[in-house]
Structure formats: structure tokens, C-alpha cells
Design a protein around this ligand. Structure first.
Ligand SMILES: Cc1cc2nc3c(=O)[nH]c(=O)nc-3n(C[C@H](O)[C@H](O)[C@H](O)COP(=O)(O)O)c2cc1C
Length: 169
């Protein structure tokens, strides 16, 4: 979407450089379109509400995955572990079948694609989709979770993947 920038809006490149200093956790959002698995890497994941349990992510309006994902009745937020940088890069590529080997995944109880070896899964039902700027805000109701104990998160910072190092290990 193109929108005339108000005089107050910051320059795009400076905005991007400022955002790059924010470290973010990395997720892959998965769903099915018919029976076909779809998914994309996202750092825009956020928890929204405890009661009811809500989470959100933002998806670019130009995403070619989103038109398939938006009709899904369920989606899964796969929270990536530190050793899954290659998987994150894979789910941001357009020229491959993201679910082909070496991607390891299974079907969840409702047929949703569930990625193996992640730190956690959040099983969601879409609750709201709101157009915001050049993205859609997707809010999901969390219906179930699974957590793999003692995993370190994958982080994204300054255009690179990395690990979390606690001050007091
Ligand atoms: C680290 C990282 C974070 C990303 N975060 C988002 C995001 O929050 N929202 C989004 O729409 N795309 C995000 N992307 C881009 C998507 O993963 C994907 O590349 C893009 O949607 C193009 O593929 P598609 O046409 O299948 O959607 C991210 C990519 C990377 C590598």
C-alpha cells in the first residue's frame, strides 16, 4: 500500500536502522490451506492478553503466503530455539518448498503443521485481522500450548541471527 507520508514521519532508512537495534525472538507461523501446509518466519510476534489468552503477529500485505493463511481456521506459532537459524531463513525464502526436507514437522491434533525441535508451540484460532499501515495485525486466541524445557531462544538483531546469553548463567 502506498500512502503519502505526513511531514512528521521519519525517513524510511533511518527508521529501519533504528528498528534493527531492537533484538527480537523468532517464530514461524504455520497453518494449512486446504491440506497444504503454509508458513512464514516472523519477528513481529507479541503476547497480547492473559485473560483471554491472546497473541499477535504482523504480516506484510505483500506476503504471498498470507492469502493462503488467512482462510485457515487454526494456526500455530512455533517459537524457535537457538539452533534453528537455518529453519528461520528457510521459511523466509520464496524459491523453495519450505516444508520439504530438511524441515522436520508433523501434523497437530487438528491437522495443523507443527514444527519439530522448537522451544514451544502456541495453538491458535484467528480472532481478529486488522489492517495497519502496510501490514495486517493478526490476533489469535491460544487454545493450547506445548513447551520444550531447557531450550535457548533464537534471536534476530541487526539483520543477523544469534543467541541469548544470560547475565547470571
Ligand atoms: C528474521 C525475519 C523476520 C521476519 N518477520 C516478518 C514479520 O514479522 N512479518 C512478515 O510479514 N514477514 C516477516 N519476514 C518475512 C517473511 O518471513 C517472508 O520472507 C516474506 O513473507 C516473503 O514470503 P511470503 O511471500 O511467502 O510471505 C521476516 C523474515 C525474516 C528473515
Amino acid at each position: 500500500m502506498t500512502e503519502t507520508l505526513p511531514d512528521l514521519a521519519v525517513d524510511r532508512d533511518r527508521f529501519r536502522r533504528a528498528l534493527a537495534v531492537h533484538a527480537a525472538g523468532v517464530v514461524i507461523v504455520t497453518a494449512t490451506s486446504g491440506d497444504t501446509p503454509v508458513g512464514l518466519t516472523a519477528t513481529s510476534f507479541t503476547s497480547v492478553s492473559l485473560d483471554p489468552p491472546l497473541v499477535s503477529f504482523y504480516v506484510d500485505r505483500s506476503s504471498s503466503t498470507w492469502p493462503w493463511m488467512r482462510t485457515a481456521e487454526h494456526f500455530v506459532v512455533n517459537i524457535l530455539a537457538s539452533e534453528q537459524a537455518e529453519l528461520a531463513a528457510r521459511f523466509a525464502r520464496k524459491d523453495i518448498d519450505r516444508f520439504a526436507a530438511p524441515t522436520r514437522w508433523n501434523r497437530g491434533p487438528l491437522g495443523q503443521p507443527v514444527l519439530d525441535d522448537v522451544s514451544g508451540h502456541l495453538y491458535c484460532r484467528p480472532r481478529e485481522v486488522i489492517a495497519v499501515g502496510d501490514h495486517f495485525l493478526v490476533v489469535g486466541l491460544v487454545t493450547d500450548v506445548s513447551v520444550r524445557a531447557a531450550t535457548r531462544p533464537l534471536l534476530y538483531h541487526q539483520g543477523r541471527f544469534g543467541r541469548f546469553a544470560p547475565h547470571n548463567p
